[in-house]
Design a protein around this ligand. Structure first.
Ligand SMILES: Nc1ncnc2c1ncn2[C@@H]1O[C@H](COP(=O)(O)OP(=O)(O)OP(=O)(O)O)[C@@H](O)[C@H]1O
Length: 307
């Protein structure tokens, strides 16, 4: 078996003050994938990434990156990973060109092997190469961070909430670049709150909540497991209240004629739900259903983990 890009065993973190952010996480991130790490606020995603980056010390467990243990072989482990942090941190007096040159120097990349302008081109910042970093927009700064994470050509690139504050067009360019890197063999790990994006981009998704791994499976399987389905029904007369029936998990009246019904597709089918609406003589004028997406899976999985 090929070794994982990132291997995490029994990873725990207790912060000073006693907050336990991670409770024994076991996770293998396969090489060559775009891997999504999802979870609600405070789940422990940044803690995990900061441990990989060497910014936070773990309390227990083992982590290796590209086969290098972060305790026994920290130099090689560090050289194998590039991290795009959630927070934008730059020296505002350096230009993008200088920022990348300094970072390359920090990683000991010889001058002849530096790819400063190539990287700036990839993230669409050539024309800003010599501008002060403080004059860049939020989106530009984030793209510069991506270029900065790639100066030492690591086989693994981790992006922590990379699209926060990036507008739609630039986000698309960022994802194109991420896909391009992945096609060249770079393993990508990203955390995001944009579930649609995770669904579109990631081969595999792990969800953590309250510091515990809830699931880790191919995106396809995860989406297929969504059991909750929503149907929106427009009826032929005004209603004061939403009708009730045992097959509805939840029903809500939107305006006076539209019912939004949530049901469990493993228990009932759409026909039964519609029949239940019609049973009191209500006529149905329009119906629309929503296919399960990652949001549904995510909510139902994290909800069941909470309760
Ligand atoms: N330096 C710290 N000291 C104490 N507690 C911390 C520290 N950093 C994070 N925590 C706590 O650890 C838990 C996990 O936080 P973490 O930042 O890893 O979550 P996250 O999943 O990245 O969330 P977000 O999406 O909001 O960044 C949270 O309860 C948080 O308050």
């Amino acid at each position: 078996m090929t070794e994982a890009a990132i291997s995490i065993r029994g990873l725990s973190k207790i912060y000073k003050g006693g907050k336990q952010a991670l409770h024994g996480i076991d996770l293998d991130i396969p090489r060559g994938q775009i891997f999504g790490l999802l979870g609600p606020n405070g789940a422990g995603k940044s803690t995990t990434i900061n441990i990989l980056a060497g910014l936070v010390n773990k309390s227990a467990g083992e982590v290796s990156i590209w086969g290098f243990d972060i305790d026994r072989d920290p130099r090689n482990a560090k050289a194998s990973i590039g991290i795009v942090p959630q927070e934008i941190v730059f020296d505002p007096f350096f230009t993008p060109r200088e920022t990348l040159e300094n970072q390359a120097g920090f990683y000991g990349v010889p001058k002849a092997k530096r790819r400063t302008m190539e990287l700036l081109g990839k993230v669409h910042l050539i024309d800003k190469a010599d501008a002060y970093a403080r004059s860049l927009s939020g989106g530009m700064k984030r793209r510069l961070l991506v270029a900065k994470a790639m100066v030492h050509s690591p086989p693994v690139l981790v992006l922590d909430e990379p699209t926060a504050g990036v507008d739609v067009e630039l986000r698309q360019q960022l994802w194109d670049y991420v896909r391009e890197l992945n096609a060249l063999g770079v393993t990508i790990v990203l955390t995001t709150h944009y579930l649609e994006e995770a669904e579109e981009l990631c081969d595999r998704i792990a969800i953590i909540n309250h510091g515990r791994l809830i699931t880790n499976e191919p995106t396809r399987d995860l989406v297929g497991r969504a059991q909750e389905k929503a149907v929106e029904v427009t009826v032929d007369r005004d209603l004061d209240a939403a009708p009730d029936a045992p097959c509805f998990d939840k029903i809500e009246l939107k305006g006076t004629r539209t019912l939004v019904i949530i049901y469990d597709k493993s228990r009932v089918n759409a026909g039964e739900v519609l029949a239940a609406v019609q049973k009191d003589g209500l006529g149905i004028v329009d119906v629309s259903t929503r296919e399960a997406d990652l949001e549904d899976v995510f909510l139902s999985l994290t909800r069941s983990a909470n309760g």
